[in-house]
Design a protein around this ligand. Structure first.
Ligand SMILES: [Zn+2]
Ligand SMILES: [Zn+2]
Length: 666
């Protein structure tokens, strides 16, 4: 009978070191490090890993932590010799060049990009063991993505350059996570710093008395200055007390304020999924450029973004990691954009479980014929006592997806007749890929004629990233990509705009064209240029396919304003809008009202408390009202407590004093 291993603190660390030494006897352990939430064990005998995989799994189970075994850098072969060795093992019909082989010094990993990874790995794990035993590097084989992304490359390069700094950062983070508990979990409070009774600047502080965790840290796209930021100046929010930042997904309103916190002095971890990490780097770079382009001083620079990148801890879906002595985190798919997550926190060694949806897209697959890029949000959990759920569409049922697609197709057919341009503003992440996919599929099915589709802004880079993670896409898309070698984002008529001449061509060429461009709410980006030049021609159409925040140019146009002012270099230009303005709402990456209700119905287990945020007050009220009226039909055993706090209000979730709690009533 093995004695229970303590869960945290110095006691845990001492015991972990003992167990590791005992379990991995024969591996010649040279060092044990607590790197972020992982325990890294460095060994001098790489053959041990291949011969004792089960022993390492057993060890991880006993310690209830992620244990990664790496070779001591001193026993790794040189990179040149390793490349040569790997190339000698590649079958002649698989295409791998030396540039496709990259090294991660921290992880002791060699990554190989191959056009046919299955063929290369044909021998199963044997090849991996062979390379490890021979070179000391752990082999990982990836599919060569069909679109080249410069981002992942630059991330790898950055991490390689900053590898010493990154290792130091991870060890500091590990020290904090595995520190001794001081007071323990005294209570659980949730404090809204942004996105409560509004959409934008998402930020939620979770305070347990022992630790503090920030869920999301966004900037509102529809405000300026300090109003665009979460309430970081509240006395409860102190950077030096903050244990971790957890980001649900890479939209600006959920993550753009993270570098700012680094500017203010934060040096702790930022937990994200790997695609969220990649998208964040891309979006933040774009965010800085856009701000400069508007003649404003950016809130932060690439220096802070780079600093943030050294503290980013990527965590895959369904992996449990410690983020503080009394908080464990699990990400699961949220279905909203690539890498988007429902954030599950297990607090106080079994005391309480909190689920934060971020932005979610939930749908039942049965009877759903609409095309989707991503699978629906996860609905099953071990435990959930409280839920924080978004309610963007809490009061509104947009048209069904099929109808939205039909409407879009009709618009394309219309411009084919009139020779006009169809201008579609989209966010670079999510809707951009969705619309491209729909247009490409419609073209293949001959539902639309051969009309050029110009794609401008960050959409290309983001789309390339989508193709880097085919395993995260919805099954039909994934299968087409992996087994038929198709790329759903490329077609003979799709033109990725990468210079001014292409932009001119898109705007002024004779005949019809579709232009898909950022930003989705028309707060900046190339869409403004197109809009200025196309607005006064009544043959043209402005087609909205996403949510528009109040106050943004997009919202004002959608609401009927026909004379607007836009920036024109350094001056302001009046634009008379004669083009047709059409809103198609059914493409949303958010759950519709009925989908939110479905999510609550199929969510297992049922929470006792539901906090609504990320929506205009009327939307949140309407959703709460529905749950209040039909909780029994949704499968709740008792009426859940429904709360709609405002920013700066706090909700105490634990311990609960039922005497003073009353059901929310209106
Ligand atoms: Zn979002
Ligand atoms: Zn959002």
């Amino acid at each position: 009978m093995v004695e229970e291993v303590p869960e945290y603190g110095r006691e845990f660390r001492v015991r972990a070191v003992q167990e590791i030494t005992r379990f991995l006897e024969g591996a010649d352990v040279s060092n044990i490090e607590f790197e972020g939430p992982e325990i890294a064990v460095y060994i001098r005998n790489p053959r041990f890993i291949s011969e004792n995989e089960d022993r390492i799994k057993e060890l991880a189970k006993l310690l209830r932590k992620r244990v990664v075994v790496r070779t001591d850098p001193r026993v790794r072969k040189s990179k040149e010799a390793t490349i040569e060795y790997i190339l000698s093992l590649v079958p002649s019909d698989v295409n791998v060049s030396p540039e496709d082989i990259q090294f991660d010094d921290i992880l002791g990993e060699v990554r190989v990009l191959a056009d046919k990874p299955g063929k290369l790995m044909g021998k199963g794990a044997a090849l991996r063991y062979q390379v490890l035993a021979e070179t000391g590097w752990r082999l990982e084989v990836y599919r060569k993505p069909p679109m080249a992304s410069r981002v992942l490359d630059s991330i790898m390069r950055h991490l390689a350059v900053a590898s010493a700094e990154r290792r130091k950062a991870l060890r500091e983070i590990g020290d904090r996570i595995y520190r001794d508990i001081t007071v323990g979990t005294r209570y659980i409070r949730v404090i809204g710093l942004g996105s409560f009774c509004e959409v934008g600047r998402s930020a939620i502080l979770v305070d347990t008395g022992e630790s503090k965790v920030l869920l999301d840290s966004g900037i509102s796209p529809s405000s300026n200055g300090v109003d665009a930021l979460p309430y970081f100046n509240t006395p409860e929010f102190r950077l030096e007390d903050l244990d971790a930042i957890i980001i649900s997904h890479a939209h600006v309103d959920h993550m753009a304020a993270v570098p700012l916190l680094f500017k203010f002095g934060y040096r702790g971890p930022v937990f994200v999924t790997p695609p969220t990490r990649d998208l964040m780097l891309l979006m933040l770079t774009d965010f800085i450029e856009l701000t400069k382009g508007e003649g404003r001083e950016p809130l932060f620079t690439m220096k802070e973004v780079a600093l943030m990148m050294t503290r980013v801890v990527p965590v895959n879906y369904n992996i449990v990691v410690d983020v503080a002595p009394d908080v464990k985190l699990t990400f699961t798919n949220a279905g909203h954009i690539l890498g988007s997550s429902l954030v599950h926190l297990h607090i106080g060694q079994g005391l309480f479980n909190l689920l934060y949806t971020g932005d979610l897209k939930y749908y039942r697959i049965k009877g759903d014929r609409g095309t989707r890029l991503l699978p629906p949000a996860n609905e099953e959990f071990h435990r959930v006592e409280a839920l924080i759920i978004e309610g963007t569409y809490g009061s509104k049922e947009p048209q069904p997806r099929d109808k939205a697609e039909a409407d879009l197709i009709a618009l394309v057919n219309k411009i084919k007749e009139t020779g006009g341009k169809l201008l579609i503003p989209v966010m670079a992440v999510g809707r951009g890929q969705d619309i491209l996919y729909v247009l490409n599929t419609a073209l293949k099915e001959k539902k639309i004629p051969e009309v050029p589709v110009y794609v401008d802004g960050m959409i290309y880079e983001v789309t390339a990233l989508y193709t880097e993670y085919p395993e995260l896409l919805a099954k039909p898309v994934r299968d087409a990509m992996l087994y038929q070698g198709e790329n759903p984002f490329i077609g003979s008529n799709i033109v990725y705009v990468n210079d001014e001449s292409k932009r001119q061509e898109a705007t002024y060429s004779q005949g019809p064209a579709v232009i898909v461009s950022t930003s989705g709410m028309m707060t900046g980006g190339p869409i403004i240029e197109y809009f200025k030049n196309l607005a006064e021609d009544e043959r043209n159409i402005l087609g909205f396919v996403s949510y528009q925040a109040p106050g943004t140019l997009a919202r004002r146009l959608a609401d009927g304003e026909r004379e607007v002012e836009v920036r024109d270099d350094s001056s302001v230009r009046k634009v008379k809008v004669r083009m047709d303005v059409v809103s198609i709402e059914g493409f949303t990456g958010h759950s519709t009202r009925s989908e939110l209700i479905q999510f609550l119905r199929y969510l297992r287990p049922k929470p006792k408390t539901i906090i609504l945020n990320h929506g205009e007050p009327s939307a949140l009220l309407s959703l709460a009202q529905s749950v209040k009226e039909s909780w029994d039909k949704l499968g709740f055993e008792a009426p859940p407590e429904l709360l709609i706090p405002e920013n700066l209000e706090s909700v105490k979730l634990y311990p609960r004093s039922s005497k003073v709690r009353v059901m929310l009533s209106y």
